[in-house]
Design a protein around this ligand. Structure first.
Ligand code: SAH
Ligand code: AVI
Length: 312
């Protein structure tokens, strides 16, 4: 696999068209969730984080504030802090303040979100050395790190839940090669009704986030998706332990993308995202299988969300 350098144009953008064509050619049509995050998608995700139904962000923020001293003791002050999928960086500022890292490396596929977050943090923490890296964490990324200073990987937001357990295992193993310690946010199994509400908000922001993927394909690849012919559909699949997001075709029709034609039957879906929910034991098991020996666990008062401190 090719390597990306810090600041280089992300390779995933050149693969966008190939991934879309491959995904829409499968018997169960699917699209990789990493493509949700263009500038519009990142703005919609920021709105999701503030929705009354989306407990995820509030629960993780509350528990990070509550256990910040213990999390900082685990990570160690002055470390090199590497954050995958940093987005808006809402929680990052808590860690930056508590850890005073020698360098902070936010990594995100969404260049707009990355740039905006980095300049916000630079204003708030003038002493902070920030090295933003635009890149796709599902591929190898060269991270400019100093030898001799301990590194800590931060992966909040339950973004790990958007990976299959196999991908999550591979990600954890990769991360263990980058840093001996990892702080990871994991959404916990809970009442399916609460999960259902979180991904089916009344204001329709999650629906707009899901549908933006088709708008992006139209904008960037010149496809002719008619957004009125697709509906957001999200549900909890208890056997798989995950929320599934789909886009359902309303009526049979054909979508064009260059020389390709994709036929949709009435009710057929494009599977756009999984969001896995773990029990604390399940996630600790996954971390152990990926080679982490030490596991610390912090949760919010209501037991909605967990932050794990993993050491190799
Ligand atoms: N960490 C933030 C944002 C979570 S949203 C929080 O906790 O609120 C997921 C973030 O991961 C988005 O900013 C998205 O752009 C980024 N992302 C998703 N897939 C990615 C990938 N394959 N490589 C790099 N960044 C990715
Ligand atoms: C980024 N990720 C953890 C979010 C989630 O909850 O799976 C993305 C999201 N999809 C719909 N709402 C939020």
């Amino acid at each position: 696999m090719a390597r990306e350098r810090a600041g280089a144009r992300p390779l995933e953008l050149t693969g966008f068209r190939a991934d879309v064509v491959a995904g829409l050619s499968r018997p169960q049509k699917s699209l990789p969730p990493k493509y949700f995050y263009d500038a519009a998608g990142s703005r919609l995700f920021a709105r999701i984080c503030r929705l009354p139904e989306y407990y995820v962000t509030r629960a993780e923020l509350a528990l990070t504030r509550r256990h910040l001293a213990a999390i900082a003791r685990f990570a160690g002050r002055g470390c090199q802090l590497i954050e995958y999928g940093s987005g808006e960086g809402i929680k990052s500022r808590l860690l930056v303040r508590a850890l005073r890292p020698s360098v902070y490396v936010p990594i995100d596929i969404s260049e707009d979100a990355l740039r905006a977050a980095a300049s916000g943090l630079a204003r708030e923490f003038p002493w902070l050395h920030i090295v933003p890296v635009a890149g796709d964490f599902s591929r190898p990324i060269d991270i400019p790190l100093r030898r001799g200073t301990p590194s800590v990987v931060y992966f909040p937001g339950s973004t790990i839940g958007n990976l299959t357990p196999e991908e999550a295992h591979a990600f954890l193993s990769m991360s263990r090669g980058v840093a001996a310690k990892m702080i990871v946010g994991v959404d916990l199994k809970k009442d399916p009704a609460a999960l259902h509400a979180a991904y089916n908000d009344k204001a329709g922001v999650t629906a707009a986030f899901n549908l933006n993927l088709l708008s992006r394909i139209n904008r960037e690849l010149g496809a002719d998706f008619d957004l009125r012919r697709f509906r957001h559909y999200a549900f909890y699949n208890p056997a798989a332990g995950r929320i599934e997001m789909h886009l359902v075709a309303l009526g049979s029709h054909t979508v064009r993308l260059g020389r390709h034609r994709f036929q949709f039957a009435e009710g057929e879906t494009i599977h756009t995202e999984n969001s896995y929910k773990y029990s604390p034991e399940e996630f600790a098991g996954l971390a152990t299988e990926a080679g982490f020996r030490g596991t610390k666990l912090w949760t919010d008062r209501r037991g909605l969300f967990a932050v794990f401190g993993l050491s190799a």
